[in-house]
Design a protein around this ligand. Structure first.
Ligand code: TRP
Ligand code: ZN
Length: 469
């Protein structure tokens, strides 16, 4: 190569490089920046719960349970969409379960566990904003339930003959990797394998049951968006009753065999559930899920829980009586189908569920709502605290339940029956499968009534002290 040609070549190369550099340089603002997703979803009460940077659309939980060792072995596959360009992201996963394999889009990804509940996942390549991705986690071990000093037992709870998973508010991550925030709802498939003879119940509708080598696999599908705090799983010896409501909705109830001692109890439980759902549908509008039911079991958590489509009633808390059913089934509209973004707004669940009890007492037991209100107002001794921001440790306090329901009755007095019952129907209908806040509720009622109700709600929801009537 001549010196001249050489120079030309160098020049050309240089020009090319410069041109190339220029191209790159001019494209620089568009070069994707991949960054980590947030390790929390921003709830002030539970800052570690949930994560940022993606939105889950489906959980596929495949889990086998061994009653002898109490251990599970599982693969959970999560389908999600990135909401930012992600270099890495977190899931919530806690306790002693050991991960043996983790992949993103079918390729092994690196991961680390940090803090109490963060599973930090770094895929081989950044994930583009808007793209769908699939995370698959294989793990095993004996799950450890949550025992929170203020909020009690939740998560995977071992029982005498199996286990029951109750996730509110922070239990889901004890048995599957999850974006554990109420405002990332997703559909679920739960495929659970147990020794033949045991029964498995979960949210939604049953799929095929198969038998193989002494083990039985049950499948349950929840086809409507569900918050992780409302996912449920019950393994044990159950008597199952199948029925339909008057509206034609499949109704699957179950009672733990060890506590199913009263003749006809299973039938009563099933029929009361059907009756309550039918009645609540006439007040709150179309039932939001594809089946209903309930599980009465000896769990030992001392509460009942509004798990989606199929509440769980702990025997140690509950008798199969109508107003408790009215409470948990009322939650299907208030709490499950519509769900607060933040835990501080839990009165939007508990106030309405408690009000469902009051309505039930009036309709089926002849106790007027006005009387229940008056008694509650007279006998409530705790008038401190804010209903719409009670504090982390007080989310299940009477303040939230009773004053929440009293707020609704006071609202009814203020806006009249017509507008009030329109609120009870239109509020869950408008926000079906969505997430809400107290502010959204106040604006909703003000819009519907054409009234300024801000001072009213200030008094009942935000100001400590006994409101005057
Ligand atoms: N949210 C449940 C209900 O009202 C009750 C509940 C769940 C609860 N976890 C709790 C009550 C912990 C006391 C303590 O249906
Ligand atoms: Zn409740």
């Amino acid at each position: 190569m001549s010196r001249c040609a050489y120079l030309l070549t160098v020049c050309a190369l240089a020009l090319g490089l410069v041109a190339g550099t220029n191209l790159t340089a001019s494209a620089t603002p568009r070069v994707p920046v991949f960054s980590p997703g947030a390790p929390g979803a921003g709830d002030p009460y539970f800052p570690d719960m949930g994560n940022g940077g993606y939105d889950v659309s489906h959980y596929d939980i495949r889990l086998a349970f061994d009653p002898k060792t109490k251990a599970i072995s599982a693969t959970t596959t999560i389908l999600a969409r990135a909401t930012q360009n992600l270099s890495r992201f977190n899931l919530d996963f806690q306790g002693p379960l050991k991960i043996s394999k983790l992949s993103v889009n079918g390729r092994d990804a690196s991961y680390a566990r940090s803090g109490a509940q963060e599973l930090v996942i770094t895929p081989r390549h950044g994930l583009w904003r808007g793209s769908l991705f699939r995370v698959s986690v294989t793990y095993a071990g004996v799950p450890r339930k949550i025992d929170d000093p203020a909020l009690g037992l939740s998560g995977w709870v071992a029982t005498k003959d199996g286990a029951v998973a109750l996730n509110q508010p922070i239990g889901a991550a004890t048995y599957y990797p999850v974006n554990d925030t109420p405002d990332d709802k997703a559909t679920y498939t739960q495929t659970i394998t147990v020794p033949t003879g045991l029964t498995v119940l979960a949210n939604g509708e049953p799929g095929l049951t198969t038998h193989h080598g002494g083990r039985t696999t049950f499948r349950w599908n929840m086809r409507r968006p569900m918050a992780s705090e409302l996912a449920m799983l019950a393994i044990g010896s159950y008597n199952v009753t199948r029925g339909v409501t008057a509206g034609g909705l499949p109704n699957i109830t179950a009672i733990g065999k060890s506590i199913d001692t009263v003749a006809g109890q299973g039938k009563v439980f099933n029929q009361t559930t059907a009756r309550v759902i039918q009645w609540e549908s006439s007040v709150y509008g179309r039932y939001p899920f594809d089946s209903t039911g309930g599980i009465l079991a000896d769990v030992g958590v001392h509460y009942a829980l509004e798990t989606q489509s199929r509440p769980v009633y702990d025997q140690r808390n509950s008798h199969v009586d109508g107003d408790l059913l009215a409470h948990e089934l009322g939650h299907q509209w208030f709490g499950d189908s519509l769900t607060p973004v933040h835990w501080s707004d839990i009165w939007l669940n508990e106030g309405f569920a408690t009000y469902s009890e009051w309505l039930y007492q009036e309709k089926f037991n002849g106790v007027p709502v006005a009387k229940t209100f008056a008694d509650t107002y007279a006998h409530e001794d705790n008038w401190t605290g804010k209903v719409a921001d009670p504090g982390r440790d007080a989310i299940f306090d009477d303040l939230v339940y009773n004053r929440g329901a009293m707020t609704l009755q006071a609202l009814r007095q203020k806006i009249g029956d017509r507008a009030f019952f329109q609120v009870l129907r239109d509020w869950p209908t408008t926000h079906r499968y969505g997430n809400v806040s107290t502010q959204t509720f106040i604006r909703f009622v003000e819009h519907l009534t054409h009234r300024n109700l801000t001072p009213f709600f200030q008094t009942w929801l935000y100001k400590p002290g006994k409101p005057t009537l």
